[in-house]
Design a protein around this ligand. Structure first.
Ligand SMILES: *[C@@H]1O[C@H](CO)[C@@H](O)[C@H](O)[C@H]1NC(C)=O
Ligand SMILES: *[C@@H]1O[C@H](CO)[C@@H](O)[C@H](O)[C@H]1NC(C)=O
Ligand SMILES: *[C@@H]1O[C@H](CO)[C@@H](O)[C@H](O)[C@H]1NC(C)=O
Ligand SMILES: *[C@@H]1O[C@H](CO)[C@@H](O)[C@H](O)[C@H]1NC(C)=O
Ligand SMILES: *[C@@H]1O[C@H](CO)[C@@H](O)[C@H](O)[C@H]1NC(C)=O
Ligand SMILES: *[C@@H]1O[C@H](CO)[C@@H](O)[C@H](O)[C@H]1NC(C)=O
Ligand SMILES: *[C@@H]1O[C@H](CO)[C@@H](O)[C@H](O)[C@H]1NC(C)=O
Ligand SMILES: *[C@@H]1O[C@H](CO)[C@@H](O)[C@H](O)[C@H]1NC(C)=O
Ligand SMILES: *[C@@H]1O[C@H](CO)[C@@H](O)[C@H](O)[C@H]1NC(C)=O
Length: 432
């Protein structure tokens, strides 16, 4: 449990703000009376001008992927030899050539094309300009717009971190901001040299009994993270106990979101979604580039619905699908041909009295579509409640920390279970 904190760490380093690059400054008095003067005061950035974050890690500017002819406004790592983009503003509306202008208009950031047509905008509707507005690239790669006299992160008018492209940077949140209703998720590039929106997303699904991250390609689910267990998502192969990276997940009335934080600023890490996969890349100097830390799906047991209900996938067995003890293959013929997709059925009917639970350790919890959670009760109460509900098929501890608290119940068929090869902080699952 070392190194795990369930809180969000703000790491905007405000002491650097004095050296930021201001894109546009305008005077409120001017803006009130002569709106047309704003653009003449604007600093523009074009193909040969960029903003560099204090500390020099990130750079914002226009780019053209090699082999392509269209231009984009984006943020990339300045020091990584092979160009790596972390964010793209106009991914689905590229500029025909390098003549583009980024400026603040009203209190919106706008990107104008050659004929001053709006190619991209922050689309904010509030326009009470109570003080000058500036835009800046923060040391962590967050491009923000704010009142010049308010450097508090909770007062940002707009931030690129709320509009992810395909990459989750440290301290960026993935999931719901319940105040705005916005679900921040990752969407793949169409191809390695085409930033336009691809078909794969990585998104938090809160319609389930317990929120889970789902890797989706065009509405087809590819992999699910399993619910957060207080320490990790059992379906994400993060390495626990690293002294330079901490993971956090917050679930309260303001947000339901995941983020990670780097405690050693000379180590860089990012989560990036591409076609059918989610990858964590890490770059540790003096290495010249990124190394793949892990990728999802990891193996055949990550294939959704490979093993049907009441069975689990185990990499160490052949076939990989195994019926839960007390259950037998629903279709023996298919099962013998190593097709476990139809799953298993109970060998003997539940009697209703004297039924017990089978404890399964080291399991990725079943799909939470039919789960409900009660965070206030303990394991003992959990068992009693499951026994007294004739629809309850199993239960598990919701938060494994400190001996365990909270209870998850399943009332439907149990699907999509896998057994982990290595020891994890997983909950035990009990099935009736
Ligand atoms: C942030 O704003 C506060 C109040 O406006 C100011 O006192 C402080 O110096 C600012 N910090 C930086 C780094 O600009
Ligand atoms: C930047 O680009 C503009 C137009 O593309 C050009 O007029 C200007 O000379 C360039 N400046 C530098 C320093 O290259
Ligand atoms: C950009 O394209 C527009 C029309 O598409 C053209 O008028 C303009 O000259 C081009 N600018 C540059 C710098 O190539
Ligand atoms: C775009 O706007 C700038 C500044 O207002 C102006 O100088 C320029 O002529 C405009 N370009 C076009 C094509 O309208
Ligand atoms: C801004 O609004 C326009 C028109 O509704 C839309 O096409 C565009 O995607 C919006 N931009 C952003 C960044 O949401
Ligand atoms: C930033 O704003 C939040 C919420 O408005 C407030 O709780 C916090 O004290 C502020 N921080 C600073 C440094 O002003
Ligand atoms: C995304 O889906 C569309 C529609 O099915 C398809 O035409 C396109 O080739 C797909 N793109 C990629 C990158 O797979
Ligand atoms: C941060 O990581 C670098 C690269 O691995 C290492 O050389 C340095 O000692 C680390 N710093 C701390 C404070 O751990
Ligand atoms: C059990 O499930 C059935 C069918 O979904 C439903 O009608 C019934 O109310 C449920 N019973 C309980 C105790 O929730």
């Amino acid at each position: 449990m070392k190194g795990v904190k369930n809180i969000y760490h703000h790491s905007y380093t405000f002491s650097f703000l004095l050296v930021f690059l201001v894109l546009i400054i305008f005077h409120p008095a001017l803006s009130t009376y002569v709106n047309t003067m704003l653009s003449s005061e604007s600093l523009t950035i074009s193909s040969n001008r960029t903003l560099v974050s204090p500390g020099g890690v990130f750079e914002l500017g226009f780019f053209k992927p090699s082999g392509r002819s269209r231009w984009y406004l984006g943020i990339w790592y300045k020091k990584v030899p092979r160009r790596t983009y972390a964010w793209v503003a106009n991914r689905d509306n590229p500029l025909p050539n390098c003549s583009g202008t980024l400026k603040i208009s009203g209190n919106n950031l706008v990107l104008l094309g050659q004929s001053n047509n709006t190619v991209w905008s922050t689309n904010l509707t509030r326009c009470n300009l109570r003080s000058p507005v500036i835009a800046e690239l923060l040391p962590n790669g967050n491009f923000v717009m704010r009142y010049s006299n308010n450097n508090n992160s909770s007062g940002f008018l707009w931030q690129s971190f709320d509009f992810p492209t395909d990459t989750l940077l440290p301290d960026m949140k993935l999931g719901y901001d319940l105040k705005t209703g916005r679900n921040r998720f990752l969407t793949s590039w169409r191809s390695y040299d085409d930033p336009s929106s691809g078909n794969t997303t990585y998104k938090l699904d809160i319609r389930r009994g317990l929120p889970e991250f789902i890797l989706i390609n065009q509405r087809v689910e590819i992999q699910r993270s399993g619910p957060w267990n207080g320490i990790e998502f059992s379906g994400i192969p993060e390495v626990q106990g690293l002294d330079y990276m901490v993971y956090s997940y917050t679930e309260n009335n303001k947000e339901i979101a995941y983020s990670f934080h780097m405690t050693n600023q000379s180590i860089h890490s990012r989560l990036t979604v591409s076609d059918y996969t989610l990858n964590r890349f890490t770059w540790i100097l003096p290495s010249q580039g990124w190394s793949l830390f892990w990728a999802l799906p990891t193996d055949v047991c990550d294939s959704l619905y490979l093993c049907g209900s009441y069975s689990y996938c185990d990499l160490t067995t052949s076939p990989n699908c195994n019926c839960i003890r007390g259950f037998v293959p629903k279709n023996t013929q298919q099962w013998d041909l190593k097709d476990g997709s139809q799953g298993c059925v109970r060998r003997t009917r539940l009697s209703g009295s004297g039924d017990g639970f089978l404890r399964l350790n080291n399991m990725k919890l079943p799909d939470t579509k039919t789960a409900t959670v009660d965070r206030t009760i303990d394991v003992k109460k959990c068992e009693e409640r499951c026994l007294s509900d004739c629809n309850c098929t199993s239960f598990a501890i919701a938060d494994v920390r400190n001996g365990g608290l909270g209870c998850v119940f399943w009332t439907g068929e149990l699907v999509e279970i896998r057994k982990h090869a290595r020891r994890r902080w997983s909950r035990s699952l009990r099935t009736g």
